[in-house]
Write a protein that binds this ligand. Structure first.
Ligand code: BCO
Length: 565
């Protein structure tokens, strides 16, 4: 546990091409950093080559269904062809270049996978975001990033058009739709005529690849920038033991394409293993559809946030056997031991936990071969050296509560984000001595298992969504009924936590019906920002607790909410 990252970190070497000559999935050692790495050429094209040589089975690499009878199945060779075409659309038709930023706001449609790999091939930095974003969220992202391009769908395109004049950097708009739209390039038509000949860039492992927007306690989301090395983590022997995916597996990761969980769990991880990434369009979350899909399709690997498992367990069944399902994995929020037990009791399957952040990829995991310790996340996942630290960055002894930290000195792990783009102050804030401070409180036992004990700051994790209170408070303040508000986390039996707003009303709304006003404020938040952030609980209060300097004491409200006061 205490071994220094530096001592086990060999010198970078040129390894990328080596993998292509090996039989078996491309892999690097847990701490090996090749000088050059590109997921498209090193991993995806490898599997396409294996297919060509008859060394991979006939199961598809990608299998998409929409529940209405439509289905897309692609082999690795087809994906290689289609993503090369996508790369040519970006560089030849759109004139985008390596290092340019592209906003990627799509639901679970096959084109999301093409755009992601197309960006990797060209070195265009993609910025995934959820389709739930509203106009203001999108404007913020386009302006913050100075994105040169956007790929999105009909529902978002009109918002983009309405604010185009405020985004001077935005030159290219690509629409994924069956209809055309003035001023937009039609992705589905272009891909048919684009050339399938494209040479993947020779990216350095440390060259930027992707930016995830991630919420903080104050202000609006920050841009966590990752290099191509992020995708390297899934090739490491230890990471491969998390789910032990085989080429014959059918893996379903339910995450919305806007989150790092989808980039890693629904694309990088299954394709590194050469297996099938199964996707259900699922425009609306519906537990019954999930259960039906698990019964109908040969899905043997299932991955989603704990809330999804809890919601399935809410359904009226005492026992269920999903015919193909072998392994279930969860992450993104706290997994409670009682849900793990209940899932095992009713489905016969253990539920394995992983832990990570938008800044990190997977930090800890309970590998398939490890014993599950209920209430623990698992152990450090290489290349991370994870320690529980105090506020100065000193390593704490076992069974002592502190902050979960990742060692960054003397060497920064290549899978850790490069920093918050354009925000060196915030990047410096999360560094603590020789460690990156996750901001999560935790404890490690004598065996190296780590447990999660909550956030050290005000960030809310509601059913796996990381929500900054300031974002919700700012949305509430736009409503004339709100004089002041304070947003905190509130415990919830299904979603783990939900957003709760304490609201001081303006005088003219004091006499309004409170239930009606609650609904109006919830709808208001859903209409001005991504709806997953809306306060599921609202309490009207005469005033808010404040410090003598007038700062709202969120912590006090939080403690009250947790029943600790
Ligand atoms: O609850 P309501 O029905 O009142 O509201 C829901 C939706 O109906 C509503 N909505 C959605 N689109 C809308 C809209 N309203 C207006 N306009 C629209 N366009 O908004 C609310 C959405 O809330 P939700 O998504 O929390 O609820 P839902 O649909 O019940 O989904 C439940 C979950 C569990 C499927 C969902 O919460 C979920 O997907 N959670 C997991 C998130 C996740 O994947 N996190 C991982 C992040 S990455 C990470 O942590 C790093 C790990 C390595």
């Amino acid at each position: 546990i205490h071994k220094s990252f530096h001592n086990i970190h060999p010198a970078p070497s040129q390894l990328c091409c080596r993998s292509l000559s090996e039989v078996g999935a491309p892999r690097w050692n847990d701490y090996e950093v090749p000088e050059e790495f590109n997921f498209a050429s090193c991993v995806l094209d490898y599997w396409a080559q294996m297919e060509k040589e008859g060394k991979r089975g006939p199961n598809p690499a990608f299998w998409w269904v929409n529940g209405q009878g439509d289905e897309v199945k692609w082999s690795f060779r087809e994906i290689a062809d289609l993503t090369r075409r996508t790369a040519n659309i970006f560089t030849q038709t759109c004139g985008l270049q390596q290092g340019d930023l592209l906003a990627l706001i799509l639901p679970r449609v096959p084109e999301w996978w093409l755009v992601t790999v197309g960006c990797m091939r060209t070195g265009i930095i993609f910025m995934p975001a959820t389709i739930m974003l509203k106009a203001k969220d999108i404007l913020y992202r386009l302006q913050m990033s100075k994105a040169k391009g956007i790929v999105t769908t009909d529902t978002i395109a009109s918002d983009v058009d309405s604010m185009a004049s405020e985004c001077p950097s935005l030159k290219t708009k690509l629409l994924v739709s069956d209809h055309s739209r003035e001023g937009w390039l039609d992705f589905r038509s272009l891909i048919k005529s684009a050339s399938p000949e494209h040479t993947c860039i020779k990216s350095k492992t440390v060259d930027p690849m992707v930016i995830f927007f991630t919420s903080g306690t104050t202000g609006f989301p920050k841009m966590a920038k990752h290099c191509h090395g992020l995708a390297l983590q899934s090739t490491f022997p230890t990471s491969r033991k998390i789910r032990s995916l085989k080429t014959s597996d059918v893996s379903w990761c339910l995450s919305d394409p806007g989150w790092i969980l989808a980039t890693m769990g629904a694309l990088v991880e299954p394709w590194t293993a050469g297996c099938t990434a199964f996707i259900h369009h699922l425009p609306q979350f519906d537990t019954k559809v999930i259960i039906q899909a698990l019964l109908k399709y040969p899905i043997n690997q299932f991955f989603g946030a704990p809330s999804i498992f809890r919601m399935i367990l809410q359904q009226d069944f005492t026992s269920i056997r999903f015919p193909a399902l072998e392994h279930c994995c969860t992450g993104g929020e706290v997994l409670w031991p009682k849900d793990q037990e209940e899932w095992k009791r009713r489905t016969g399957l253990p539920l394995y936990d992983i832990y990570g952040q938008s800044e990190t990829g997977i930090i800890c995991a309970t590998l398939r071969e490890m014993k599950i310790k209920p209430g623990f996340l698992g152990k450090a996942s290489p290349p991370y050296d994870v320690q529980v630290i105090d506020d100065k960055g000193n390593i704490l002894p076992p069974n002592t509560e502190g902050n979960i930290g990742i060692r960054i000195k003397p060497a920064r792990p290549v899978t850790l984000f490069l920093g918050y783009e354009g925000n060196p102050e915030k990047t410096a804030e999360v560094e603590c001595g020789d460690f990156f401070n996750t901001g999560d409180a935790g404890m490690m036992d004598e065996e190296g298992y780590i447990c999660f004990l909550g956030r050290s700051d005000d960030i809310i994790n509601a059913s796996g969504y990381r929500i900054g209170p300031a974002e919700v408070e700012s949305a509430l303040m736009e409503h004339p009924a709100v004089a002041e508000s304070a947003v905190v986390s509130s415990p919830d039996p299904i979603r783990g936590e939900v957003v709760k707003a304490f609201i001081v009303l303006t005088p003219q709304f004091l006499s309004h019906d409170k239930d009606q006003l609650t609904k109006e404020l919830q709808d208001h938040v859903k209409s001005v920002t991504a709806p997953y952030k809306y306060p599921r609980k609202v309490e009207f209060v005469p005033d808010l607790p404040k410090t003598i300097t007038g700062k709202i004491k969120r912590k006090e409200l939080q403690k009250k909410e947790m029943g600790q006061m």
